[in-house]
Ligand binder design. Structure first.
Ligand SMILES: [Zn+2]
Length: 412
């Protein structure tokens, strides 16, 4: 390594780099790349040493989060490529690693720790020589639980946090069939959160491809307006997905997934609606997995999500749950009619954050399971995707017609 390292040492603040750190190097020119060579995470005594090499210096910041204990390092415009824990970390304290785009212009590395650690030193050394690369050095030391919790709870600086959930306004008027039906399609995962991963297949990419096809098919069919919660490989927090639906005035919210589940040999499509009570183990695991993806990506659901979950649940849920159930039945019927494989049972309940809207009929469709080799083949097959999309469109149409007729009856 070059001897010409300029060292930027930061006076140590527990909340490091409250203002994104402006480096002294040249202006940003395009994307910086993470470089596995020259990067490593190792145990040193009872602490952890983190070394992250990137192809050029960029603004960055680091902080810790709790529940679970995590180290979060954000960089401006860094392409993480396919970094893995096995490749980067030799530390026994790192339980999981995740990296990828967080929001436009910023990407994030999250290391899940096996206990409370404090960041004792943090610096970026930039090579003033030919390579132009920069290396971030972090030293972590075990910290008492209480001290860690306090630091982890400190808020992000203003302007940094992800968008707040939409203000919760009045309940939307129920659709009556005299306007195009506003369908909000929610492709699961994205960005730093790839969802289930099997070889080159990422759940986030598969569901985005199907979501785009579904949007196209709905618009072609006529009588529908469509908004997607994401239309790129970007991270969207669960609460934002719900906010997008509310802001769009959704008549229907459909989340698309293709997860892997660790129990049994799940295969086929499953439609989920919100659980009224405790659910079976597979559903509980899946819900935990979904909701945990956000946690691992550095977003804390606990505050805002509870507003949606608690306050709103009581408002209109009695009316909405049967409508969501009817949506699930219509989807199951049309997918079965198309001769596409369904899971048994085809309709299940689970406590997924994204389908908690109290006044928007919501369902989460697991298109299939990436953990099943046969499902995987189908999920990757464009012809299968088109058949599934056509079945979903027919299911939505059938539901909307019945739902509007019911609304007309109720009005009389
Ligand atoms: Zn998923």
């Amino acid at each position: 390594m070059s001897r010409l390292f300029a060292i930027f040492r930061l006076g140590f603040l527990a909340w490091l780099l409250a203002a994104p750190f402006a480096h002294a190097g040249p202006a940003l020119s395009g994307l910086a790349r993470f470089e596995a060579k020259g990067s490593a995470i190792t145990d040193v005594g009872d602490g952890i040493a983190v070394r992250l090499a990137i192809s050029q210096p960029v603004p960055w910041r680091v902080r810790v989060l709790d529940h679970p204990a995590r180290l979060v390092v954000d960089f401006r415009e860094v392409d993480w490529g396919s970094v893995s824990r096995a490749e980067l970390s030799h530390s026994l304290h790192i339980k999981a690693l995740r990296a990828g785009p967080l929001r436009p212009g910023w990407s994030r590395l999250v290391l899940e720790l096996d206990g409370p650690f404090g960041v004792k030193t943090a610096e970026m050394r930039t090579d003033q020589g030919a390579s132009g690369r920069a290396v971030v050095h972090l030293q972590l030391r075990p910290e008492p639980e209480a001290a860690f919790a306090e630091v982890a709870a400190r808020p992000d600086p203003p302007g940094w946090t992800l968008p707040k959930p939409a203000q919760i306004g009045m309940s939307k008027r129920r659709q009556t069939g005299d306007h195009p039906l506003m369908v909000v399609i929610d492709p699961g995962h994205g960005g730093i959160d790839p969802g289930a991963v099997y070889g080159k297949e990422h759940e986030a990419n598969i569901v985005l491809a199907v979501a785009r096809k579904l949007r196209e098919a709905l618009l072609r069919a006529g009588g529908f307006d469509v908004v997607m919660t994401r239309d790129a490989n970007v991270f969207v927090p669960l609460e934002t997905r719900v906010s997008v639906a509310r802001e769009a005035g959704a008549d229907l919210f459909l989340s698309l997934h293709a997860d892997a589940i660790p129990v049994g040999h799940a295969s086929g499509a499953t439609v989920y609606t919100l659980a009224r009570k405790a659910t079976n183990r597979a559903s509980a695991l899946l819900a935990e997995h979904h909701n945990r993806d956000d946690l691992l990506s550095g977003v804390d659901l606990s505050g805002t999500d509870d507003i949606v979950a608690g306050l709103l649940m009581s408002m209109a849920q009695t009316d909405n749950m049967p409508r969501s159930d009817a949506l699930a039945s219509a989807l199951v019927a049309s997918i079965e009619k198309a001769g596409l494989r369904m899971h048994d049972p085809a309709h299940e309940e689970a406590d997924f954050s994204v389908i908690r809207s109290p006044d928007i009929p919501s369902a989460l469709l697991e298109l299939g399971f990436l953990s099943s080799p046969r499902d995987r083949k189908r999920l990757e097959d464009p012809a299968w995707q088109s058949r599934m999309v056509a079945a979903i469109v027919r299911g939505i149409r059938a539901w909307a017609v019945k739902d509007a007729a019911q609304a007309a009856l109720l009005r009389q």
